[in-house]
Ligand binder design. Structure first.
Ligand SMILES: Nc1nc2c(ncn2[C@@H]2O[C@H](COP(=O)(O)OP(=O)(O)OP(=O)(O)O)[C@@H](O)[C@H]2O)c(=O)[nH]1
Ligand SMILES: [Mg+2]
Length: 334
């Protein structure tokens, strides 16, 4: 075959294939335009993966078989309770969403988002860092993520220009001290510790003094996990807080670290800790895990303690300020 005829044939085939593909795409309705974005900063929607599935599923099934009836609304209420919102709050939220008479699942989603965001409104969630140095104490039951969160917070504050000293006041386990020291090495923050079995209040005191000497702007104290029902351990925590407050003049933040996956038990923990020490804020961890997220609403509504930060992973950067609108959008993202 003539060489130029061959080239022309190839070109014509390429053009025909391209036109055909374009027509097919048009017919199937796909375009290159990006879908409307429901993305939120920090990739929160994808981090909240499993929490999100539960919420979106509940909304989607509301209009699953036409107009929602009583059973469908009850199912949504049940889903909120299952997501740890708490029964009374769930009933009132669903009542208001229903009263807004949504005609589609996307209207229901918007109405639910508005209701949830309004529950979180009017709360100052900023960390108080007034002291020189400011003092932050992390408290909570065993395994909620205190030590990891203390390290993450130290990193967050360092990035924000603070100089941080850490105090390892969990003297029950030698491993607890080395865990914090490892984090300290990694993020370049000094860690003050005591001997295993030492009085945690004295370690906290020494850490504060070391922070002052080092010219730190912030001293963060990690404490041992303790069951909220053990009164001797709660008294011990009271002593840590008293000694620190005496020395520093006041404590800027006592942050209760709650594991977001424990559900309503978190409320019982929060209640006991607030009775033992003046908890000023809550950090909910493991929201990337099997948590259902509703505990953030329950803890604020039932106890009036602001959720200040959330933990969304095991990495050093995985603590972020709690932004209600972003959190709600991420939970309800379709
Ligand atoms: N997925 C996930 N894991 C987390 C998060 N925060 C902490 N963890 C993990 O939870 C486990 C316990 O964390 P720790 O920081 O040791 O908890 P703790 O409260 O200090 O534990 P105790 O000192 O024994 O009371 C570790 O494996 C952490 O990596 C989080 O936000 N998401
Ligand atoms: Mg710990």
């Amino acid at each position: 075959m003539d060489q130029s005829l061959f080239v022309v044939l190839v070109l014509v085939s390429v053009v025909l294939i391209a036109v055909g593909a374009l027509l097919l795409r048009r017919r199937s309705g796909t375009t290159d335009a990006p879908a409307p974005s429901t993305e939120v900063p920090f990739g929160l929607a994808s981090r909240l993966g499993r929490s999100r599935e539960a919420w979106s599923g509940a909304i989607a099934s509301l209009f699953g078989s036409g107009e929602p009836d009583d059973d469908a609304w009850t199912a949504l209420e049940d889903a909120l309770v299952t997501a740890d919102v708490g029964p009374a709050i769930a009933a009132s939220i669903v009542g208001r969403v229903r009263a807004s008479s949504p005609t589609s699942s996307s209207e229901a989603r918007d109405s639910l988002a508005d209701e949830l965001v309004s529950l979180f409104e009017g709360v100052d969630r900023r960390l108080v860092l007034d002291g020189r140095p400011s003092v932050i104490v992390a408290v909570g039951v065993n395994g909620t993520g205190k030590t990891t969160t203390v390290a993450k917070l130290a990193h967050l504050l360092s990035e924000d220009g603070h100089t941080v000293t850490l105090g390892a006041a969990d003297t029950f386990r030698a491993a607890a001290v080395s865990q914090l020291e490892t984090w300290g090495d990694r993020i370049g923050v000094p860690v003050v510790s005591g001997a295993e079995g030492a009085d945690p209040a004295s370690v906290a005191f020494n850490a504060y003094r070391a922070g002052v000497e080092a010219g730190a702007s912030c001293v963060i104290i990690d404490t041992a996990g303790r069951l909220h029902s053990r009164s001797n351990l709660m008294d011990e925590l009271g002593k840590v807080v008293r000694v620190l407050a005496n020395e520093a003049g006041s404590i800027d933040e006592i942050l209760l670290v709650l594991d977001g996956t424990v559900g309503q038990n978190g409320i019982a923990q929060a209640r006991a800790f607030t009775q033992a020490v003046p908890v000023s804020g809550v950090i909910i961890t493991k929201l990337d895990g099997t948590s259902r997220g509703g505990i953030a609403i329950a803890v604020e509504q039932e106890l009036g303690i602001p959720v200040k930060l959330i933990g969304v992973g095991e990495g050093i950067g995985d603590v972020v300020p709690f932004e209600p609108e972003e959190f709600v959008n991420a939970l309800l993202a379709p």
